[in-house]
Write a protein that binds this ligand. Structure first.
Ligand code: 3EB
Length: 327
């Protein structure tokens, strides 16, 4: 894939090779938002916004399809959608289904059929709605859209994360491409696609990681990873232990990725991280724990709700050609 990711602190102005970006900040964003999805989340580690910028070589064209804004290069397409729930009578399930259906339609038409990664930001994720937790509503709508498009909801889902924002529209970003990816599971965890019924009427649709291989370089997307072993949350009320368990899960995913490539490309120090923490008071102890495990980490810390009420944090990561620059 002729694509790489860059993480930027502060302000960012797009130039010709930007495929798309996600900007995390609690304040208003004073930039052209046709190339970026703004996620209203407060950063814990610095006052400036945190940008994840995807770049691609070659020619880039931009377009709109339904509610989606996207930009595509030769072999990858980055898009995002921000849907106000009020358009669906505040039914998050319908909003999620509509968003995912639009995304799949766009990718069918544009011939970028292979989905690598979804970023899902769901307002008030732990609140109740229509007799269940809102995250469970989201899971129904997402899975219905996958099935309506004949996409695999069991063995071959893309990498993803699902976090809660305080307010705002349902925000989903995605990256897709022309080449298939390898989807990776974690032997310490049941596949999320097969979680038992106690977590909701429909399972979440994601794999633990996806690996995109190409002559220009590989990209490994590690999904949001939490303190879950088997299907159960471990270390309720202990954020530091949840951080340690999450890193054990990421390490296991990296071992699977290394097995897939029959090499040793991936270890904890070769990734860039985003850490979502529910309670601001957990930030310093969690950061200390993570740094103790992985050394000086390239990481952004955000205040967010996590999809299970007993989860205090979630950690996602990406590898690939990257650098951090400060504007
Ligand atoms: C988990 O492992 C924690 O619904 O897309 C992590 C990554 C989680 C993605 C999603 C949810 C999702 O179940 C939560």
């Amino acid at each position: 894939m002729r694509v790489h990711v860059e993480h930027v602190d502060g302000s960012f102005e797009p130039d010709g090779d930007v495929l798309g970006a996600i900007c995390f900040s609690s304040g208003l964003l004073m930039v052209d938002q046709t190339f970026c999805m703004h996620v209203p989340m407060a950063r814990m580690d610095r006052p400036e916004p945190a940008w994840e910028v995807w770049r691609s070589g070659g020619e880039i064209t931009q377009g709109q399809y339904g509610d989606i804004l996207y930009r595509k290069g030769e072999d990858a397409l980055f898009g995002f959608i921000a849907l106000p729930e009020r358009r669906f009578a505040c039914n998050l399930q319908q909003a999620a289904e509509s968003a995912y259906r639009q995304i799949f339609e766009l990718l069918d038409r544009q011939k970028f059929p292979h989905l690598y990664r979804f970023w899902n930001y769901i307002p008030r994720i732990n609140e109740a709605g229509f007799g269940m937790e809102r995250y469970q509503q989201f899971n129904i709508g997402r899975q219905d859209a996958f099935m309506a498009h004949g996409r695999d909801v069991l063995g071959n889902a893309p990498a993803a994360c699902a976090l809660g924002s305080r307010e705002g529209p349902l925000c989903i970003a995605f990256i897709a491409g022309t080449a298939p990816s390898f989807n990776i599971e974690n032997p310490r965890q049941i596949s999320a696609c097969r979680y038992p019924r106690q977590y909701g009427p429909r399972s979440p649709t994601f794999s633990r990681a996806s690996l995109v291989r190409s002559a220009q370089g590989d990209v490994l997307f590690v999904s949001g990873t939490a303190s879950i072993v088997g299907h159960e949350t471990l270390h309720r009320n202990d954020a530091v232990m949840q951080a340690r368990e999450s890193m054990a899960n990421i390490r296991a995913v990296l071992e699977e990725a290394n097995r897939k490539i029959q090499g040793h490309a991936y270890d904890l120090s070769s990734l860039t991280y985003r850490v979502y923490i529910r309670n601001p008071s957990d930030y310093l102890p969690v950061k200390r724990e993570l740094t103790g495990i992985a050394g000086q980490m390239d990481a952004v810390y955000l205040e967010a709700d996590i999809c299970r009420a007993d989860l205090l944090l979630e950690i996602e990561a990406v590898s690939g050609l990257m650098s951090r620059s400060c504007a």
